[in-house]
Design a binder for this molecule. Sequence first.
Ligand code: SER
Length: 446
Amino acid sequence: MKSQEIRETFLTFFKQKNHQIVPSAPMVIKNDPTLMFTNAGMNQFKDLFLGNSPIKDKRIADTQKCLRVSGKHNDLEEVGVDTYHHTMFEMLGNWSFGDYFKKEAIEWAWELLVDVYKIDKNRLYFTVFEGDEEDGTPEDTEAFEIWKAILEKNGLTTDKILKANKKDNFWEMGDTGPCGPCSEIHVDIRSEEEIAKIPGKTLVNNDHPQVIEIWNLVFMEFNRMADGKLKPLPAKHVDTGMGFERLAMVLQGKKSNYDTDVFSPLTSKISSITAVPYKNTLDATLKTDVAIRVIADHVRAVAFSIADGQLPSNNGAGYVIRRILRRAIRYAYSFLNQKEAFIHQLVEVLSEQMGKFFPELVEQKTLIIQVIKEEEESFLRTLEKGITKFEDYIQQAKSKTIDGKFAFELYDTFGFPIDLTQLMATENGFHIDMPSFTHELEQQKN
Ligand code: SER
């Protein structure tokens, strides 16, 4: 099933269950001081959960552009190194605002995955919240019983239901705000031989690249207050989020999100421009593959942000975008031997592939290309000198600690975001003296 069809199938399924289909909210958030970027499908509905806005449609579904690069949900370090985390990704979601609750949410999730998408039911696992003493939240026996009934009806046992703690099964938007227990659906896409050796259930929530969470069903019941206490919400809601790229990997029988048709046009184009083959290996030490994945991922994040009106800049959300792009430029420079700007050429491929569903990419294409090109050219002017300086520094270093003053020089004179220097330090077995870097930064501000 092509990714376009996967997306359409999701939306049609929930439309048939009387959900209003709404467009994705912008990825860049302008009116919430607690959040720079949309990091979950539910962000745009925060005020509905909290009872601050009137509910018009009780059932909604959409695909939401998300960016997880800062704050509570930050996946940046994993991106490219593994095959299933992204900076920007689409989250397919269905919501109930004070309408249906656990039973329908769980039953429909099963129906869609098993009956419609035809995922092998034997490969699925389900987690439920085990409760938390400190918060005074009980074990979610209700979700357990609903899964149990479905499994028994389908000739399976409760072996497939796993209990998990607050870290994995109590979803929170941020330090404050709507939250609640959740039930996740995981899928095991390993080979039969591997499954025979190690049962999938022992690998759930263990960072295995082929035993992964695809869908999170959150049962919103509380508001986390600034003092850490939980206050019940005025009504109970459902917030679900399914990783579109991961779902595509499962349904297209691939072992990596980057091998699906969501990413392969980009990885092919990067290979053809750079003349570096993409080997499709899951080996994280193969730097050319990591670099190709990083660039394919990051160009999406940057292009969609610019389309949403967020240009790269030196502060706030703009600096987050600049950092992402500079990270991609440096990977291309160091591991794909790219000394000239080229990432902007990928925008054409991206808009061809995703512009139908996200027309802003087509409408803003010229601007996106121009901004990325200028950013590339500007950073490439100082990147080489900075890298040479960095290499000289670590060769002469007497310890494994990089002085904050030196990291600051890279930042200030050569435009190296600190997380880029951190990444290069880690690659070489070094770390940065961060208090001294922060001190330098403060000095400059004063
Ligand atoms: N809010 C939940 C998540 O982001 C489910 O949509 O995972």
